[in-house]
Design a protein around this ligand. Structure first.
Ligand code: GLP
Length: 241
């Protein structure tokens, strides 16, 4: 695991966009793992800028999102399918049919989760997986206690995560209790994982992820097992290391 500490969000966005750009230049049909939350937004802004100003080409790439809420009506502005469309896919020239997410409204969610894993496998696996970090150490929506070998499945959110994400909804009551998320085992199979964390509110989780034991109580610590994981932090997020 490599830990990179940078002064702020702009430098982080630039470094991570460089990794995406290098990948696309070497492998135009690369498979990108897309994360939601506020941490990757500056990266998507930078990729959109490079697409517009320097012709960075996503036309042969595809994207798989990490997770999705269960129970939001299709087209809900906070469903992660919509968030990824708005924040990333609509701003570059990726084929919208090549941007997939787990289906949180399927009648048979376990079958939809298995199908999602099949789709990732059919595309040859994820080349570069972007990740944020929950204040409780979650990645995707793998809450504390998640099996380190887990695959895409339904999970319940803990109250802390619902409260953290309530800022995207009109009230806490509207935040779903259930989600579908790629598992920790799924995330471990990505060829390169880049986790982004900024701000002092992430410092404890960053400490547990980097310096704590490998333990399901801090799901992100599974990245200690990843053959190529980059942890990209600002100084505040790195302040407990
Ligand atoms: C949500 C997402 C996670 C994300 C986390 C952190 O819970 N499911 O994938 O990492 O938020 O979000 P933020 O980057 O806004 O702090």
């Amino acid at each position: 695991m490599e830990v990179v500490i940078l002064p702020g969000g702009r430098q982080i966005a630039s470094l991570v966009a460089d990794a995406v750009e290098n990948l696309l230049r070497n492998k135009p049909d690369a498979v990108l793992g897309l994360a939601t939350g506020s941490s990757p937004l500056p990266v998507y802004d930078e990729l959109a800028r490079r697409h517009e100003q320097a012709g960075l080409d996503f036309s042969r790439a595809c994207g798989f999102t990490l997770d999705e809420y269960v129970g939001l009506e299709p087209g809900h502005p906070e469903s992660y399918r919509e968030v990824i469309r708005r924040d990333f896919a609509d701003r570059v020239n990726i084929d919208p049919d090549n941007v997939l997410g787990p289906d949180g409204s399927a009648a048979d969610i376990p079958a939809a989760c298995r199908a999602y894993e099949d789709r990732i496998r059919e595309r040859g696996g994820i080349d570069l997986q972007l990740l944020g970090l929950g204040t409780d150490g979650h990645i995707g929506f793998n809450e504390p206690g998640s099996s380190l070998a887990s695959r895409t499945r339904i999970k319940s959110l803990i109250e802390q995560t619902r409260r953290d994400n309530a800022r995207f909804f009109r009230s806490l009551d509207e935040v779903p209790h259930h989600v579908v998320t790629q598992g920790l085992g799924t995330i471990l199979e990505s060829r390169h994982a880049i986790l982004l964390a900024t701000g002092a509110q992430k410092a404890q989780a960053v400490h547990d992820l980097v310096e704590g034991p490998l333990a399901a109580i801090c799901p992100a610590s599974v990245l200690q097992l990843h053959p190529h994981a980059s942890i990209v932090l600002d100084e505040a997020a790195a302040s407990s290391l």
